[in-house]
Ligand binder design. Sequence first.
Ligand code: 8X3
Length: 254
Amino acid sequence: MIQSPHESRSALVTGASSGIGAATAHRLTTDGWRVFAVARRAEKLELLAEQEGIIPLVCDVSDAEQVAQVQRRVAEEGGIDTLINVAGGALGVDSVADGRVEDWEWMYRTNVLGTLQMTRAFLPMLREHGEGTVLNLTSTAAQAAYEGGGGYNAAKSGQQALTGALRLEEAEHNVRVVEVLPGLVHTEEFTAKRLRGDAAAAEAVYRGVEKPLTADDVAEVIAHAVNLPHHVNLDQIVVRPVAQAAQHKVIRRD
Ligand code: 8X3
């Protein structure tokens, strides 16, 4: 049974086992939402599910069969009105000249195809609800290319293009489509994964930056966008720390 727009809100958040996804699941639950928290890693999700109102679902968003199972489970549990695609990430900082095809494929699969699979699976439910929302977390990497960013720039640009097309296609179904583009965010995993576990190199990315964004900062912005009255569509929200005036301009005090 799909809830009417006037009953309490329900969201599904992907990438929910850590970082911005986990912070968003917590934040929305605190705001009174029911949240389906989707991630690949069961043990991390279990920790998250200790918070009342969070329903953990293990799923790889780039796997069509797993996504279909999650869709059926969510439908049985009353459905959602809001889909928040956070799953994704970066792998490697190689130049284009040295680009590894397997890294680029992983980034395209998780950022673009994962968003596609989840969106396709849940759009009928969002349309039927009558006031649906899709929020995609892209990146400032979709706006400006930088050295060593080629694969991630390409993947996030692809996810951004998907998001723009979706907004045009779904307006007639009253589904709003929001894009949040964060800049420098200090999370426990994003840069460590990108740098293949090199913790020292990962910390150097944030060296001397007094206040990079936190996952909670971005979750606050996401919550604001989805808590607004449904007719208000924040199409694109770019959010950076003050210390990062642009992709190439980071203030370091050291
Ligand atoms: C992360 C932002 O600056 O590493 O999405 O590309 S950046």
